[in-house]
Design a binder for this molecule. Structure first.
Ligand code: GLN
Length: 283
């Protein structure tokens, strides 16, 4: 990127917005604003009170680098380094899936399922950044929360995020429920659930998420199936299995679970897409 002349804060914002728009970034204005403020260490009010001030050259260079990376479609969350999600702060980088807003609704459903259960035992399978496990731990100090992940990098990130929030969760490296005896009152998971065929058409930002967190075989259910099978033996009586799935798969997977003897229902996300499955074993 050619080095721009010294610009005011307001001019930087316009310049960054234009570069991001030209790069096809879906929300150029919001991203430019977030990156300019974050990189310069400013609060939102600075745009009103200091918009006419010239940004010093060294800071302008840093800003140019960050904007260039976003224009190359590095996820905003990786550049900001941290997100507010589900009532906790989560460091985000290439070690795990960027926490999605729809998964906050999965956390909501998890907390709803736990409401009648005192001192619940909760398992988050494939925790990634740790978001679901930490969201539960933050909202339910009486819960005992365990979280697993196959990826050592993700587990390290989840451990950093537990420390960042001062929350205690047990983190276990392993495949699905391997070695975890239960019984759990709730098993919650946002597993990889995209069909392999989606890989070719993935958004540029999604290519920065680990494939391990995204794709689950030809039909996208090759992780959810063994997960449900293992959950069967690990749920406490009355326990709930709660999964996020691709909207193409939630209803078919609920049918599969019912055929296996579960009581299973499909729940919509906030955009009305059938994205979640809530299942119980008959008592
Ligand atoms: N919702 C994510 C996406 O569409 C997929 C996350 C997942 O597979 N768990 O990119």
């Amino acid at each position: 990127m050619p080095q721009p002349p010294p610009l005011t804060l307001r001019a930087w914002l316009l310049h960054a917005t234009r570069l991001l728009r030209e790069a096809g970034v879906p929300s150029p204005e919001a991203d430019a604003r977030a990156l300019v403020l974050h990189t310069l260490g400013l609060g939102a009010s600075a745009l009103l009170t200091r918009g006419g001030e010239v940004v010093p050259e060294a800071e302008g260079e840093r800003l140019a680098g960050v904007i260039e990376r976003r224009a190359a479609r590095v996820p905003l969350q990786h550049l900001l380094g941290e997100v507010e999600w589900g009532g906790v702060r989560l460091r985000t980088d290439a070690r795990a899936l960027v926490p999605r807003p729809e998964t906050e609704w999965l956390l909501h459903l998890a907390l709803e399922a736990l409401r009648p259960v005192p001192a619940p035992r909760v398992l988050d399978v494939g925790t990634g950044t740790g978001g679901l496990a930490l969201g539960v731990a933050a909202a339910r100090p009486d819960a005992t929360v365990t979280a697993t992940d196959l990826s050592p990098g993700a587990l390290t990130l989840a451990r950093e995020n537990a420390a960042l929030n001062g929350l205690a969760v047990t983190l276990v490296e392993g495949s699905l429920l391997a070695g975890l005896p239960g019984p759990f009152n709730l098993i919650v998971s946002n597993p990889p659930y995209l069909p392999e065929g989606d890989r070719a058409g993935a958004d540029p930002e999604v290519r920065h998420d680990p494939d391990l967190a995204l794709y689950a075989g030809a039909d996208g259910l090759e992780v959810a199936r063994p997960l449900a099978a293992q959950a069967r033996a690990a749920l406490a009586p009355g326990g709930v299995l709660l999964l996020e799935l691709d909207p193409r798969n939630a209803a078919p997977f609920a049918s599969e679970l019912r055929a296996d003897g579960w009581r299973a229902e499909v729940l919509p996300d906030l955009a009305g897409r059938e994205r979640f499955v809530r299942a119980r074993l008959p008592s």
